[in-house]
Design a protein around this ligand. Structure first.
Ligand SMILES: [Zn+2]
Ligand SMILES: [Zn+2]
Length: 179
């Protein structure tokens, strides 16, 4: 995910390079479990200040459902819209002053390499749900016996039932009582 932008930095504002990205990101972050390569389009656009990166990227990550604890694959798509700044003047070779709040992740290094990996790591992490669910209507686990309710009911239902409803259920279970 590193691009040499030395030529692009010499061009006029608005000059653009298009790239197709396909990258193994399994080593990007120990807390992320990508199941497929990261793929998509990357545009690098010369601005007054540096290089604007616009990207549209996709991958699949393994997540653990917060209700039933089953691991599942989730497709993730996210965009990058981030301006990178050179640390060295491309024409003179002089070191450029950096603003105090300069972000290390968006610096173009002394060899004019623009490294997308930290921004990809941040934006991919932000694109993931805070509370992952294997499906919207995941029923979760029985707090009593631990059975995954997505796979069927357990025997605990009667025990846990509110006693006021238990009487009603008893009536319904034995239809002769209703007659
Ligand atoms: Zn689930
Ligand atoms: Zn149960």
């Amino acid at each position: 995910m590193r691009y040499n932008v030395s030529q692009l930095l010499k061009e006029h504002v608005g000059a653009t390079r298009h790239y197709q990205l396909q990258e193994d990101i399994s080593e990007l972050d120990p807390s992320l479990k990508p199941l497929t390569d990261l793929v998509g389009n990357v545009d690098l656009i010369r601005t007054n200040e540096g290089i604007l990166v616009r990207a549209d990227l996709r991958t699949n990550v393994e997540l653990t459902c917060s209700r039933c604890l089953v691991q599942f694959s989730m497709p993730v798509r996210f965009r990058i819209d981030e301006e990178f700044h050179p640390t060295i003047d491309i024409l003179t070779g002089a070191r450029l002053p950096q603003p105090d709040d300069a972000d290390e992740a968006t610096k173009i290094d002394a060899h004019h390499l623009l490294d997308l990996s930290e921004i990809v790591r941040q934006d991919l992490t932000l694109a993931l749900p805070l509370v992952p669910l294997c499906r919207n209507d995941c029923k979760g686990l029985c707090p009593n016996c631990g059975k995954n309710w997505n796979e069927g009911d357990c025997e605990c239902a009667d025990v846990e039932m509110d006693p006021r409803f238990a009487i009603l259920k008893q009536l319904l279970d034995e239809p002769e009582n209703l007659n």
